[in-house]
Design a protein around this ligand. Structure first.
Ligand SMILES: Nc1nc2c(ncn2[C@@H]2O[C@H](COP(=O)(O)OP(=O)(O)O)[C@@H](O)[C@H]2O)c(=O)[nH]1
Ligand SMILES: [Mg+2]
Length: 350
């Protein structure tokens, strides 16, 4: 039987992503996986009406929380400048930012950070990861745990891609701080997690072994009451795993991962620029050679034409000369005949 951990308590100075003055628990995963719902449950608040806004959140509920209230008032003022209150825009803007709420868990103060979803249709993953990176920079007390939220069911190629992207972003060491949790499980799986694990496929088993088998089930709040033993037991299991992490994933480590990633990106970029330059040079040389060859061909053609014209001119000059010679010969023959005729007449007259 698991040892139950006392309900956590949301701290009065709950904040929206500022001043993260204790170790953080990052909740990451795909949009709609159930991250915000889990965030609320972890800080001991109603699943859909806690300060983390879920797709089910309704504004009057969130307005009850003072920290959300000030944030929302800020948004209202912003929108009211245009003379219109677009309430649903608030939800859009809020869900795309990281949100943080502090809490005590077994006398330790921790900050739960809900992050925008990877694979969001609204914006590219690079932007989402950059947002997560910004908030991680604020976690000067390190990251106690990264909770990876996956929807139960077949472990899809897309989920595998989410895991790859996040692991690549946080670096391989982060796996030592990762807990995989499954949402949207059925009653049978939630009551008896071995039903769930019995159906894990090879890829999922391999992922879970990289996180030292840290996985848990988030009970469906639509089915299980927060006071239900199954609910308490599963959430306590998650809290226990969080608290059992020996060290925090420090920002220095994240910084190193970030620098390595940036160096790799720079090298890739430099390689790409170099390859592009090479290609440009190759094309320029090719163009130059082709231009030279074309010039050479044109000159050869000009020379050939000139030669032809010369020969044609010479040939026509010769013809004209031959014609003149023939004419002269004809004239000479005629004159000889005339002389002979004249001679004959003279002889006859004599
Ligand atoms: N069936 C089921 N639905 C859930 C569960 N957790 C969250 N949801 C629903 O999934 C939707 C998205 O939840 P939300 O926490 O906003 O997801 P997020 O985008 O990852 O923050 C909401 O409609 C929730 O009601 C769960 O364990 N089971
Ligand atoms: Mg959310």
């Amino acid at each position: 039987m698991q040892e139950f951990i006392l309900e956590s308590q949301i701290t009065p100075e709950a904040t929206l992503c500022s001043d993260i003055c204790s170790p953080a628990i990052l909740i990451v995963g795909k949009t709609g996986a159930g991250k915000s719902t889990l965030g609320n449950i972890l800080i001991g608040q109603p699943a859909y009406e806690g300060p983390f806004k879920t797709s089910n959140s309704f504004y009057p509920a969130t307005l009850r929380h003072p920290a959300c209230f000030s944030h929302i008032v800020g948004n209202l003022l912003h929108f009211s400048r245009f003379g219109i209150l677009v309430l649903f825009s608030l939800q859009d803007s809020v869900s795309q930012e990281c949100e943080t709420f502090g809490m005590f868990m077994a006398d330790r103060h921790l900050n739960v950070v809900d992050t925008p979803g990877i694979f969001d249709t609204e914006r590219p993953d690079e932007v989402t990861l950059a947002k997560i990176g910004e908030v991680v920079q604020l976690c000067s007390y390190g990251i106690q745990a990264i909770i990876f939220v996956l929807e139960a069911g077949r472990f899809t190629a897309e989920q595998e891609e989410v895991v790859r992207k996040i692991t690549e972003y946080f670096g391989p060491e982060s796996l030592g701080h990762t807990i995989v949790v499954f949402t949207k499980c059925n009653i049978e799986q939630t009551v008896d997690p071995s039903v769930m694990s019995g159906a894990f496929n090879e890829q999922l088993r391999s992922l879970l072994s990289t996180v030292d088998g840290r996985w848990a089930i988030v009970p469906n709040p639509d089915v299980f009451d927060e006071r239900d033993d199954v609910f308490i037991q599963q959430i306590s299991h998650i809290r226990q795993m969080i608290l059992q992490m020996m060290s925090v994933y420090t920002i220095a480590l994240f910084e190193r991962v970030r620098q390595t990633r940036e160096t790799q990106s720079r090298i890739i970029e430099e390689d790409r620029t170099w390859a592009a330059q090479q290609e440009e040079d190759r094309l320029r040389n090719l163009a130059q050679n082709e231009a030279l060859e074309a010039l050479e061909r044109r000159r050869a053609e000009q020379r050939r034409q000139a030669q032809q014209e010369l020969e044609a001119a010479a040939a026509s000059g010769q013809n004209r000369l031959n014609e003149q010679v023939r004419n002269l010969e004809t004239q000479a023959a005629r004159q000889r005949q005339d002389v002979e005729e004249m001679q004959r007449r003279i002889n006859n007259a004599g």
